[in-house]
Ligand binder design. Structure first.
Ligand code: ATP
Ligand code: MG
Length: 560
């Protein structure tokens, strides 16, 4: 693909290029995306997905989708299903390579036996507290467990009985016998297996022991023939362990490569925190449009293309940083600008009666669907005597530079006519409840032959044709750009933005919106990008504002 040639060569690509040049692994490229099904995927995972699947695509290789389902107490089929849906939606295909780490439990078990037999693993019977005390610190070496020198026979017997469920959780632990004095704490006899008496979403009650991540992960990669095992930086210190487990059993050895995870301003990305937001009902679910989950972004109106472009733009590096969320929104606007259907919706309606327009007459006005895309065509919008405009498009006593409607002033109705306000009708409290206007029949389509200037252009909908709608406007979920830094003694939920959701009811939208599918990409003229929400029912549509029109990120870039 000619497009691919323009992509920058980041450090992981350089490694792959070199491996191909050296014919390492017969020049194969085989990556994987290995989520644990203990929550929904978020925008950080999207970075990893785009990287792993993207590299496979670029180098004619393969990428597996593998569920790292080794911890039964936190995992669930709902998460498996959502992850499959989200990776697909992002536009990636694992073909027939959908794998589960739990399918390898027997092989892990056999590797553990092999390590015990080689004198490289032992059953420890210290309790959790004691193990912690023996571990040492960054500056002090650890202490060896008194159980460290059990015989191979005793270890095999105890491990077998652990597996058979003879002991309670926490009674024993299988540990690798490496080095309690290692400067790398991960190498101080790390746990391989613990007793967990929970039912697994795939293996049921077959196993009473479950493998630890560091022990299992390399074997998962090895079994699948992965060439480049890409993970985030926090695993850098675990790499010696990844290598140790594989080398000691003599299995095929993939290469672990670490990159910096994505952090975003105004966003928490830890699954534990996102789960709390859902469970404690701070949001309405994993797909709440304020959530940074893929499901939330999709419901908010993000396109897969915009997320992929964003992941390309932020690049892949080795040092931790935080990306401005305005950059994600910039990528979104760029993409929506190309594809969004332009429609008119009045969010806070003010009734306008055009007194010289014939009663009962309806004219169909032609509107361009997308000025950025001629192939999107045009549509017909009904115009009639009573219409709605936006309340703040009128001011009774306007300041000097108010370019909208006021008594005596003339404006253009987009795709409609020029209208002039003759008077404002008020209720008993003095609120303006209706405008009386006249129109100029010579300005059909919103253009005047004589070229006279009007103060501004308003969007509108015909009252008798409009459909009622609820519109949900969103702001950042947190009040601070760094919600992972909670103030002393406070929980991160103290930083939630109480105004992150504003619900407008009684909105009036163009009739065409009734027939569009949920998830349609829209621009409400002058109001931003929107999408139709799944809460829509016949007669009452619901829309989410995806993002406003103002691109703060592009602005900052242009200044710099
Ligand atoms: P946890 O392990 O705490 O449950 P996790 O976010 O690491 O959470 P995993 O399911 O293990 O969740 O993640 C799957 C893959 O996505 C891993 O390879 C991980 O490195 C990667 N990943 C997770 N978060 C990010 C992020 N913010 N940026 C880039 N990659 C990420
Ligand atoms: Mg993880």
């Amino acid at each position: 693909m000619p497009d691919e040639e323009k992509k920058p060569v980041h450090f992981i690509k350089s490694i792959i290029l070199e491996d191909i040049a050296n014919n390492k692994n017969d020049a194969r490229v085989h990556t994987r995306f290995p989520p644990e099904p203990n929550g929904y995927l978020h925008i950080g995972h999207a970075k990893s997905i785009c990287l792993n699947f993207g590299l496979a695509q670029e180098f004619n290789g393969k990428c597996n989708l593998r569920f790292d389902d080794t911890n039964p107490s936190k995992e669930d089929q709902e998460y498996v299903d959502s992850i499959i849906e989200d990776v697909k939606w992002l536009g990636f295909d694992w073909e027939d390579r959908l794998f589960f780490a739990s399918d390898y439990f027997q092989q892990f078990y056999e590797y553990a036996i092999q390590l015990i037999k080689a004198g490289l693993a032992y059953v420890d019977s210290l309790n959790a507290d004691e193990i912690r005390q023996h571990r040492g610190t960054l500056t002090e070496p650890g202490k060896e467990s008194p159980y460290r020198n059990r015989s191979v026979e005793e270890n095999l017997d105890l491990f077998e009985r652990m597996k058979n469920g003879e002991f309670e959780e926490g009674a024993h632990l299988l540990r690798a016998k490496i080095d309690m004095a290692s400067p790398n704490i991960n190498m101080r006899d790390p746990a391989m297996y613990r007793i967990v008496k929970a039912s697994h979403h795939r293996t049921g009650n077959k196993w009473c022991i479950y493998p630890m991540y560091d022990f299992a992960h390399g074997y998962e990669d090895s079994i699948e023939g992965i060439t480049h095992s890409i993970c985030t930086l926090e695993f850098e210190d675990h790499r010696p362990l990844y290598d140790w487990f594989i080398e000691k059993v003599g299995a095929y050895h993939p290469q672990q490569i670490e990159f910096a995870r994505l952090n975003l301003t105004y966003t928490v990305m830890s699954k534990r925190k996102l789960k709390r937001l859902v469970e404690e009902k701070f949001v309405c679910g994993w797909d709440d449009p304020r959530m940074p989950t893929i499901a939330g972004l999709r419901r908010r109106g993000y396109t897969p293309e915009s997320i992929r472009n964003f992941c390309e733009m932020i690049g892949v590096g080795k040092s931790e940083s935080t990306i401005d969320i305005a950059m994600l929104e910039h990528c979104l606007r760029e993409d929506l600008n190309k594809r969004a259907l332009r429609v008119m919706a009045v969010l806070r309606p003010l009734k306008v009666t055009i007194t010289n327009y014939p009663e009962g007459q309806v004219e169909m006005m032609e509107a361009v669907n997308n000025p950025e895309d001629e192939s999107a065509g045009t549509r017909q919008i009904p115009f009639s005597r009573v219409i709605y405009i936006e309340q703040d498009d009128f001011m009774e006593n306007p300041p000097k530079n108010f370019f909208r409607l006021s008594p005596g002033s003339e404006i253009r109705l987009k795709h409609g006519y020029y209208i002039t306000c003759t008077s404002a009708v008020k209720d008993s409290d003095g609120n303006v409840v209706e405008l009386l206007c006249t129109y100029d029949p010579e300005t059909r389509g919103g253009w005047s032959e004589d070229g006279r200037k009007v103060k501004g252009t308003s969007h509108w909908v015909s009252a008798q044709h409009a459909i009622d709608a609820e519109v949900r406007l969103y702001d950042h979920l947190f009040t601070t750009p760094t919600p992972d830094v909670a103030p002393e003694g406070k929980d991160f939920t103290a930083l939630l933005n109480p105004d992150s959701l504003e619900v407008l009811t009684g909105c009036k939208v163009e009739p065409v919106l009734a027939d569009l599918p949920v998830g349609a990409y829209l621009q409400f003229l002058r109001q931003g990008y929107f999408t139709k929400d799944r809460d829509s029912v016949a007669g009452k549509l619901v829309f989410n504002r995806t993002v406003s029109l103002k691109d703060t990120w592009a602005k900052v870039q242009n200044k710099g």
